[in-house]
Design a protein around this ligand. Structure first.
Ligand code: G6P
Ligand code: ZN
Length: 590
């Protein structure tokens, strides 16, 4: 057995190591600076406590982006030196964020060990490569992201750090081969267990969904399917689940080979960046090639986000986009019937504040507990740990459930396939499939439609962005003035009946989160929400969320940009968007 010694390396604090919403994300060029990663990792060990690290089992893996392989070797050596007993690594260092959560919660090592936490190496949907982003975040024993108490401690440790520990004499571990390596150090035995990236996750998915009914759907000649992993880590799961387990054709998979630079693309599943999928769904008839698939989906770099598309009625010849806000509502409305994991009923449902109120209407109809939390998946975790929430989702392309403590891109696709299979269970021999679009339109006719759009103003001057937010905070306290302004802009929108700065009291631990976005609530259920992004890396990003509820079945079929035009005009003029940002148009509209 190879033995190693522990070296104490002198270091000093490096500025800017404050974890954001989802860990520390910086350019690779920043991460490769001497001691940069090491300082952050040691600060994490110190925040968790030396006694907790002694004998611990930790998972280390990620979306496979550039610099991951080097980072894994460094973390293994530092963990060994800090008295960690075992490191679990997905083969080739690959584990999706949801798979890490599943591995922490479900995997049992050959010796009966369970994981205590994980370092996840990802910058999510940000591009990768030598000139792009790298990231690292820590997840706890429940499989969810470290709470603010821990991340604050990590940051404060980075500002005082003087030394880190690293194993000397421990060779690099070959993470391309499955197997167990044993070593000895001053604290005794240290193991590195390289395991199959997909098997624990696949097992979990098989325990949640009825794979047989999804298989029947996928094998029906009337159904066709396309999945785009955008060269992210979802590719490591897509072939195993969709092709090997469920029988989809291999040609259904696009960009499913994980790449360190995501093939030079931007691994964010939306209509702008999932270009190949969008082309296959919407343009293939124009190109005179084959019929577009019935169902299309995409994932981000670490496979926690998802986008769902359907084939549009042939004469439109264009894809049908399911908004993430509708997606979670439709999953919640059909979960009990279509997904065996939920057959005993839903404990409750939750959405983030800017997500549309489509889920609220379902919760009301089905008499379910409902929660509105600030933006950020961590707020759902507490509810799920307390058994108060089964299904949750966000407008930012995140959907998931209490099977793990992260959002889950492949789970969302399986949920949709399960719903399509359920809706067609007596119909696979019939002439027309109940399509994604049919399911969404049926949902709207039952529950009403929430027209929804998001305008992003990226990388605007922080001063201007803060001024705009300050102005809106001040304005919202005077509803008479707000209504006078609104009336002057458009007489055809309803009255603002309430406005506030969203504040959340966690029903489980009583903690309070303030300043979570400004809301203007209209009499007819419409909403305008303004907030600053918490994930941007340059300048400020203003997000404007616009929503309008329509119950009248004869009015639910409009194009959303048309239906929302009056409210958009009100939002832009009311906020003086152009004046404060100098921008006449948003950078992205979703
Ligand atoms: C991350 C979190 C999500 C959150 C999103 C918000 O992806 O995991 O839970 O919704 O950030 O991003 P924003 O840029 O709007 O703060
Ligand atoms: Zn992600």
């Amino acid at each position: 057995m190879t033995s190693f010694k522990v070296t104490r390396v002198q270091t000093s604090p490096i500025d800017g190591q404050k974890p954001g919403t989802s860990g520390l994300r910086k350019k690779v060029k920043v991460f490769v600076q001497p001691h940069y990663l090491q300082n952050f990792v040691q600060s994490t060990f110190n925040a968790l406590g030396a006694d907790k690290m002694k004998g611990a089992t930790l998972v280390v893996s990620g979306d496979g982006r550039y610099y991951s392989k080097d980072a894994i070797q460094i973390i293994i050596k530092m963990a060994a030196a800090n008295g960690v007993r075992r490191i679990w690594v997905g083969q080739n260092g690959l584990l999706s964020t949801p798979a890490v959560s599943a591995v922490i919660r479900e995997r049992v090592g050959a010796d009966g060990s369970k994981a205590n936490g994980a370092f996840i190496l990802t910058a999510s949907h940000n591009p990768g490569g030598p000139n792009e982003d790298f990231g690292i975040k820590y997840n706890m024993e429940n499989g969810g992201p470290a709470p603010e108490g821990i991340t604050d401690k990590i940051y404060s440790n980075t500002t005082t750090i003087k030394e880190y520990l690293i194993a000397e004499g421990l060779p690099d571990v070959d993470i391309s081969k499955i197997g167990l390596g044993n070593f000895t150090g001053p604290d005794g035995q240290f193991d590195v267990d390289v395991f199959d990236s997909a098997s624990d996750y696949v097992k979990l998915m098989k325990s949640i969904f009825d794979f047989k009914s999804i298989m029947n759907l996928l094998s029906s000649p009337k159904f066709s399917f396309c999945y785009d992993a955008l060269h992210g880590v979802a590719g490591a799961y897509a072939k195993r689940i969709f092709v090997e387990e469920l029988g989809a054709k291999e040609s259904s998979l696009l960009n499913c080979v994980p790449k360190e630079d995501f093939g030079g693309g931007h691994p964010d599943p939306n209509l702008t960046y999932a270009k190949e999928l969008v082309a296959r769904m919407g343009l293939s008839k124009l190109d005179n090639t084959e019929d577009p698939p019935e169902f299309g989906a995409a994932a981000d770099g670490d496979a926690d986000r998802n986008m769902v598309l359907g084939k549009r009625l042939p004469y439109f010849n264009f894809r049908f986009f399911v908004t993430p806000s509708d997606s979670v509502a439709i999953i919640a409305a059909n979960a009990v019937q279509a997904i065996p994991y939920f057959s005993g009923g839903l404990k409750g449902v939750a959405r983030s504040m800017p997500t549309s109120a489509a889920l609220d209407v379902v919760a009301k109809h089905l008499n379910l507990k409902f929660f509105e939390v600030p933006t950020g998946w961590k707020f759902f975790g507490n509810l799920m740990d307390a058994g108060m929430c089964s299904v949750c989702g966000e407008e930012s392309f995140g959907t998931g459930s209490d099977h793990i403590r992260e959002k889950d891109g492949i789970w969302a696709v399986l949920a949709w396939l399960a719903i399509i299979a359920y809706k067609n269970k007596d119909n696979l021999g019939g002439d027309k499939l109940v399509s994604v679009e049919d399911i969404v339109r049926q949902h709207w006719s039952t529950y009403g439609r929430h027209y929804y759009t998001r305008y992003d103003y990226e990388n605007v001057d922080s001063g201007g962005a803060n001024q705009l937010m300050d102005y809106l905070v001040k304005l919202q306290s005077n509803l008479t003035e707000v209504n006078n302004i609104v009336k002057g802009i458009r007489s055809d929108v309803s009255k603002v009946v309430n406005a506030d700065e969203f504040e959340y009291k966690d029903p489980v631990d009583g903690s309070i989160s303030k300043h979570q976005g400004i809301r203007y609530l209209f009499e007819d259920g419409s909403r305008l929400v303004f907030r600053l992004s918490g994930t941007g890396s340059e300048g400020a990003t203003i997000r404007l969320y616009i929503e309008q509820y329509e119950k009248d079945p004869s009015k639910i079929g409009r194009e959303s940009q048309d239906a929302l035009a009056p409210l958009v005009e009100v939002a832009l003029k009311l906020s003086k968007m152009q004046e404060y940002t100098g921008r006449s148009a948003p950078t992205v509209i979703t």
